[in-house]
Design a binder for this molecule. Structure first.
Ligand SMILES: [Zn+2]
Ligand SMILES: [Zn+2]
Length: 205
């Protein structure tokens, strides 16, 4: 008889009958066990909630391997990008509306490497492009080497650098929704301020 393996979800007493199938770029498997209510199935494979988020965000584009098991860079960049998407599209949409040659290119989260390839950074970006190239740009990035820090840029200027309160306080996903909303609001507002007041020097947060 095999030993009973409990589901890894907090306060769940059911059996962990599904293992997370996530395998990172160092060939390590997550392997946490989950019950039928707490696993997430994507394209026929079971994952834990956290790694399901990474798989969903990255889709098929996995040129350099999945982030390491405990690295939150990709999932954090994906989460913030989704949360800020409406707001960024709205403000960049005005730039598009005023330029008949322009269009908005909304890039999903992707891996970018610094010159030399030493750093791996997960980036969500929105580019307004016209026939002369990129005319306006918003970028949210999280570096794998420091996956607690969110970097926000508008154009070529870094306008923000901050650690989400739910990471700083090690609360996991059960963070206070008001603090979460306030963090997102601060990033959204700083992006809007820079984009709507081009004469203003980039703000430092
Ligand atoms: Zn469970
Ligand atoms: Zn997992």
């Amino acid at each position: 008889m095999s030993a009973f393996v409990p589901c890894s979800a907090r306060n769940c007493e059911a059996g962990g009958t599904s293992g997370c199938n996530y395998i990172d770029r160092r060939q390590r498997r997550c392997g946490t066990a989950w019950c039928a209510d707490h696993h997430v199935r994507i394209a026929g494979f079971d994952y834990c909630r956290r790694h399901a988020g990474v798989i969903r965000a990255l889709g098929e584009q996995l040129p350099a391997g999945l982030p390491e098991l405990n690295n939150r860079a990709a999932s954090l960049a994906a989460y913030l990008g989704d949360e800020l998407n409406g707001r960024v599209v709205n403000v960049l949409g005005r730039a598009v509306a005023s330029n008949s040659e322009a269009s908005l290119v909304n890039h999903p989260v992707r891996l970018v490497k610094t010159p030399g390839g030493r750093e791996r950074r997960w980036q969500r970006s929105w580019n307004v492009v016209d026939n002369t190239g990129v005319v306006s740009r918003v970028v949210i990035e999280v570096d794998e080497a420091d996956d607690t820090v969110v970097l926000t840029s508008v154009g070529s200027s870094r306008i923000g650098r901050g650690t989400p309160p739910w990471i700083a306080r090690r609360e996991g996903e059960e963070t206070d929704p008001e603090r979460r909303a306030a963090f997102l609001e601060a990033i959204g507002r700083s992006i809007e301020m820079v984009l709507t007041r081009p004469e203003m020097a980039p703000t430092r947060i």
